[in-house]
Design a protein around this ligand. Structure first.
Ligand code: DX5
Ligand code: ZN
Length: 214
């Protein structure tokens, strides 16, 4: 099943409740956390997540673009995230493994994300414990960037790793996704499509979500 995860980084923060209601046709709410260190931008943290949690029953997919995420995964779990994704590049392998274990200890789903310059093999040590792998199709940090089609080899490689091992693991893409690039990602093996500007920039968001789902 193909899932669509609108990123509320592109929402109108003065009307966040209404904007969340406008994407009820989607599957996940993608929640981009940026710390100004791992990426050159700062977004929002646990307190806004609690507010989002209070206004929706949708699955919240938290994408932590923060350094040393082990420090914060428990707080994001308590604030209401359902899926918590950390970056492979954000700490040592031992600490990333510990962050994944801490997410699961909170009863949440654990994801691992890889930046464009990080190979598929970076996911291999953790794959048996992951519920989701997120392949970035832009450099993380900002919405509204252009899709990197050259990431599709990586999507195909990770799809092959997931299928070969029989893992129950979703494969998500994030950055520059619109109805056209969504098709390219699904053909390469992705099943969760994050889209910020394409969804929130559309006059009819339910229709745009349906177009991205394909
Ligand atoms: C980028 C974020 C994305 C971003 C996607 O660092 O992880 O989730 O909001 O925005 P669009 O769909 O506009 O590229
Ligand atoms: Zn994201």
């Amino acid at each position: 099943m193909i899932k669509v995860a609108p990123s509320i980084l592109s929402a109108d923060f003065l009307r966040l409740g209404e904007d969340i209601a406008s994407i009820s046709a989607a599957d996940y709410i993608h929640y981009d956390v940026m710390d100004g260190v791992f990426v050159p931008n700062i977004s929002f943290g646990m307190s806004i997540l609690k507010a989002v949690r209070s206004c929706t029953d949708m699955v919240i997919d938290a994408h932590l673009m923060i350094t040393r995420p082990l420090r914060y995964v428990k707080e994001f779990a308590k604030a209401g995230a359902d899926i918590i994704t950390v970056h492979a590049e954000a700490d040592t392998p031992d600490n990333i493994a510990a962050a994944i274990a801490a997410i699961k200890a909170e009863g949440k789903k654990a994801g691992l994300s890889v930046k464009p310059g990080t190979p598929a093999s970076a996911a291999a040590p953790y794959i048996a414990d992951l519920d989701l792998i997120l392949v970035m199709t832009v450099e993380p940090g900002f919405g509204g960037q252009s899709f990197m089609a050259d990431m599709m080899d990586k999507v195909r490689q990770i799809r092959a790793m997931i299928d070969a091992g029989g893992y129950d693991c979703e494969l998500e893409v994030d950055g520059g996704i619109n109805p056209d690039t969504a098709r390219v990602c699904v053909e390469a093996g992705a099943n969760v499509l994050v889209a910020g500007s394409s969804v929130f920039g559309a006059a009819d968001r339910a229709q745009r979500i349906a177009q991205i789902r394909g």
